[in-house]
Ligand binder design. Structure first.
Ligand code: INI
Length: 153
């Protein structure tokens, strides 16, 4: 039996991170968690490129360009969509989740969905480096695993 299992190493990988400025007090923590996780797993600074975008909707075109250019082994998408008084939340969630899914299928470059979709600010805080861990670090782990799975296939 041949079994393919991705290793959690960032050594030699080229990682792009797209991060939204909207809800920056949360997304800055996600970015910190992702970079810290990559570095703890062997990444050097020059292996990581960070692109800031205005909001989660704008993550999609920038991630698409990064994934399509042949310069990166994985793209990590970080954002925080938090429900407000209007229906805006639902449109943002739909667009960003569908968009990131399409990038995966169209480019074959692992494009990781590290976008929080939360009902409350408390839920987002819990996932940005407190009770529920750090979703940015989890996204970085997924990126490393997928890079190695893709390498082995
Ligand atoms: N963008 C987010 O990243 N999170 C949100 O919670 C959010 N809400 O709720 O409005 C949000 N909206 C901005 C959106 O992503 C775009 O930047 C904007 O619509 C311009 O295209």
């Amino acid at each position: 039996m041949k079994e393919i299992k991705g290793q959690l190493s960032a050594a030699g990988g080229r990682f792009a991170i797209v991060v939204s400025r909207f809800n920056e007090f949360i997304t800055g923590r996600l970015l910190g968690g992702a970079v810290d996780c990559l570095e703890r797993h062997g990444a050097k600074g020059e292996q990581i490129t960070v692109a800031w975008v205005p909001g989660s909707i704008e993550i999609v075109p920038v991630a698409k360009k990064l994934a399509s250019g042949g310069q990166y082994d994985a793209v990590i998408c970080l954002g925080a969509v938090i429900r407000g008084q209007t229906g805006h939340y639902d449109y943002v969630c739909q667009q960003v989740s569908r968009g990131i899914g399409q990038i995966n299928y169209e480019t074959g470059v692992p494009t990781i969905f590290g976008v929080l979709t939360c009902e409350t600010i408390e839920q987002a805080v819990e996932r940005a480096g407190s009770k529920q861990g750090n979703a940015g670090a989890n996204a970085a782990l997924s990126a490393m695993e997928m890079v190695d799975v893709m390498r082995q296939i």
